[in-house]
Design a protein around this ligand. Sequence first.
Ligand SMILES: [Zn+2]
Length: 165
Amino acid sequence: MGKVLVLNASYEPLNITSWRRAAVLLIKGKAEQVEHNGKLVYTEFPLPTVIRLRYYVRVPYKEIPLTRRNILHRDNHSCQYCSYTGDDLTLDHVIPRSRGGGDSWENIVTACVRCNVNKGSRTPKEANMILRHPPRKPYSSLHFEVAKHLKSGTHQEWRKYVIGL
Ligand SMILES: [Zn+2]
């Protein structure tokens, strides 16, 4: 059974939950159905895929750790210079460390070995290499989760509720 995207009362995506938990929220009147996939779980109760809470929930911002795994995920496991996907991907400092570039979401991208070696200790401009996407900090860990579902081909109906995907 599918997962359900939960929206805050403000329509901002909040989290992902099981369809059972979502059904409970709907039955108790704590949430309203926004999207369903047409499959009936009970009589006249289609399986929800997106619900919206009737009350507003405050969420503290959760910092996403800057790790190799998370950078690769943000960059779709592809070289940000030539779009190569595959094994032996490396992390590249856009402004090289030797030139004062730091460890941040905005300065580290996924690069294949070839591009990384080719770029060396130059900036992309000096090396005449163009970044496919300007690197930035992910919005939230929920974006990460939603992106994973979309990439695996499930829950395409979530896309329109999540900014930046
Ligand atoms: Zn490359």
